[in-house]
Every structure is written in structure tokens, then in C-alpha cells.
Ligand binder design. Sequence first.
Ligand code: COA
Length: 476
Amino acid sequence: MPNALNRAIRRSIALYEIGKAGVSLICHQSERSFRCTLGADALVPNGYIRELLFRHLSAQASTTRVVRDSGDESALELAPVYGNEGMNMKKVAIVGAGQSRYGDFPEKGIKELFFEAYKDMVESVDKGMDPKRIGAAYVGNLGSGGFQLGNMSALVSEFVGLPYIHTVRVENACASGGYAIISAIMDVMSGAHDVVIAGGVEKMTDVSGTKQKYWLGVSGDTEFERLAGTTFAGLYALIAHRHMHQFGTKREHLSMVAVKNHKNGAQNPKAQFQREITLDKAIKSPPVAYPLNLFDCCSTTDGASSVLVCDAEIAKEFTDTPVFVAGFGTSSDYLAIHDRPETVTLEGTKRASKKAYDMAGLGPGGIDLAEVHDCFTIAELLAYEDLGFCEKGKAGQFIEDGRSQIDGDMPVNASGGLKSKGHPIGSTGTGQAYEMFNQLRGTVQKPTRQVKGAETGLVHNVGGSGGTVAVSILRR
Ligand SMILES: CC(C)(COP(=O)(O)OP(=O)(O)OC[C@H]1O[C@@H](n2cnc3c(N)ncnc32)[C@H](O)[C@@H]1OP(=O)(O)O)[C@@H](O)C(=O)NCCC(=O)NCCS
């Protein structure tokens, strides 16, 4: 038997039988074992064996990929595949996306907001779409002040003309929308449905300030954090304070994030705040929770968004320019900040993005732009570090050097981010995907906000202070 195959077998898989038909192997990966057979052609002593082995395993076993293959006979190493790379699962595309205007709309409820986003999504499908094709809807929503907790996804689905489908309300706090997209992707990957909606909606402005804080507070470790009197601004203020202490991050760095995102949001006709601010105004705005002030905080927002996810094989029925799902990952974390080993890192972001990068077969350097979760300005700085755009502790320098500006080398939050575009909790993740869909297709409403030549984008959605995180990587 050729050495390469022999060593490969010893490294990752066990030889079961050599016969005239070829080689039978028992493969052990991720605590699962399975049997596969390589044809007689496999017994050719060159790189072809490796390719054949890989092809065969990926087709049959759906759990391996080559992580190291230097061409030398001992260097073939197999690893489990987490997603659809090399798997028998469907590849997934996004073929339409819509968003309502974000803001404060006393005249609109969740049904009207969701309809606005759905209609916008339908109109974005280049070749048109028959709603009868939609088999499922995953709708992100925190609770809209408790107004419609039960059956809300069925309600907004039937309101837009989609009764009798598989529909689920997805709740993971501010990451609900990000998880709704990943639920839709997994649904299509599995083959359960071939056309699925991922959406989100939230109505936040028609409840009192006290009630808003109560409803936002339910996303932390309620027993310790909310009952101790903290708010999310207060929790992120603790993180910001620690980051400043540990890394020398300056107050100005926080405000630079706000100035950048307001500049971008000023060019976004669907943003809540379409106005630029100066650094001086941002720094001198009223305090909310030291060191965070008004312009370090996202607002409370009404809004909805919706994306149309489908089997990549049928994407051309809807558009000639689909956007493909290259990778995704999620991770939970300890909810209470005091339970985490470290305050200045969102471990969920690191783990979710690692899974997404691995699945997409790239690292942070392969990303052309990102929509990240900047519920507070410190959260965007953490995202630069935890997504790997810069080293830990260097986020202040990253923003100061202009690297995350639209014309920087890693544009972040070209939409205006949560800070300026708004943060209607359940809609935020799908709203980020709406922006990325348009960025990658070059269809952003105002060309000044368009990141030129972008091919691969990352969306990052955080629940609470990091208790849940969803990351998706999209590619045109
Ligand atoms: C920041 C916050 C405390 C401000 O609330 P508030 O003091 O009640 O503010 P108001 O709604 O009364 O608005 C006062 C003014 O500030 C503006 N404003 C409110 N929030 C703003 C924000 N985040 N950025 C910029 N301007 C803002 C309003 O437009 C209003 O301007 P106007 O007087 O010109 O009309 C509140 O929006 C908040 O709690 N945000 C965080 C939400 C949150 O925690 N989300 C979950 C994240 S994990």
C-alpha cells in the first residue's frame, strides 16, 4: 500500500479491509465512526490518493476536510467539517432582503412594521417571487414589552399573507435576528424547506422608560444583574471602564465610534438618526453610566427586517446575483459579567466567529467589511478585537487610525450600526444581513455609503452583554 494512504489511515482512520474492490476504512471523527470504501484507483502512490480520499470521505461521510496537506506523504490531516463545506447538505443563498424604516412610530404596531419589511423584501427579488414558495418563517423578537409574546411569529406571518407555514419566534435577546437567520439557514441546509424567511421585529417606543429597562433587563442574569439595579448601559460601562484601565483606551476612542457611525447613518435613509455629530458633541453629551454618555448608547427603536433564504441550487430562479452563505457560528457564554473569567473579551464572539471563519475557509483577513453589534460604543471596540480585526487591547488605535471607516481597510457598520441606524432588538440581526446583502450586490441606496468591490462580509449580532452571539459570513 502506498505510504501516503498508509500514514493517513494511521493518523485519522483505521484500516478495515483491503480487497480487489479497493480499501475499506473505518473512520473515526468527532466521536462518530463510519465505514467507507475507496476504489482500486486509490492505490496510486501520489497526490491523487489524497485528493481521492478527501473527495470520497467528504462525499460519503460528510464530516471531514483536509486541514494540512503540504504534499509530503506524512502531512495529510483530516478534521471534522462543521457546516456545508464538503457535506451532503444543501448550500444556501440569500435572494432578497427588506427593511422597514427604523425609528419611533406611534402609529405602527408589530404587524405593520413586519409588513413593511416583508414588502420591501418581496420587491427586492429581481425575478419576482410566488409567496406560496415560502415554507417557513423564523422571526426574531424579544417581546415588544410583553404585548404579543405568544404566537407572535404566526401572527406577523399570517398578516403578510403567509398562513399555514412552519413559523417560530426566535428569542435570544438582542441576537434574536442573528439566530433567526441561522435557523433559516439550517432549515434550508437540511432540505426541510427550500425557501424560508428569516425576519425580526420589535416595537420598543410605546412603553415607558421604566418598562423598557425592565424588558431589556430580562436578557441579563436577572437574579443578580437586573435585581441588583444594573442596566445594559451600566454593564457595558463596567466593561468600558476595565478596557480603559487595562489597555489605556481613551474616552475619545469611544466617541470616535459614535462619530463614524453617525456619519454613515446620515447617509442611510432607513436609519433612526440621520445626522452627523462632531467629536466634541459626542464627548460632551449627557452622562448615562460613566464612562458612557448619550452618544455611546444605541437608542430604543421600532423596526423590522426580513431576508429570503433559499437552496442555492434554485437561487437563479429569483435573481442572477444571489449572495451565498459561506459560514456561520454561534456561541453562548456566562450571562453575568461577574461569572466570566475575563471582562474585556466577549468569549461568545471569539467562539462564534471561529466557527464561521472555519466553515468559510478564511480568517479575518478574508473579510472585506463587517456589520458588528455596537449597542454601546465599547461593544464595537470589543468586536474589532474579538473578531480578530486587531490585537486585544488595540481597538482604540484601530478606530483612531480610521481603519473601520467606509474607505478604511476594514469598513465596519457602513449602515450606521445600532448607534445611528437604531436597535429594534429582534430585527437587528436580520437588519444587518439586509445591509450586507445590499453591500455585496452593490445596491446600497446611496453610493457614498457603498463599500466598493466588497465580496465577503461578516455580520455579528450579540445578545445582552454577550450571553449569546451569532456570526454569519456572506459572499457574493
Ligand atoms: C440612551 C438612553 C438612556 C436615552 O434615553 P432617554 O434619556 O430617555 O432619551 P429620550 O428618548 O428622552 O431622548 C432624548 C433626546 O436624545 C435623543 N436620543 C435618544 N437616544 C439617543 C441615542 N442613543 N443617540 C443619540 N440621540 C439619542 C432623542 O432623539 C431625543 O432628542 P430630541 O430631544 O432632539 O428629540 C436610552 O435610549 C437607552 O436606554 N438606550 C439603551 C437601550 C439598550 O440598552 N438596548 C439594549 C442594548 S444591549
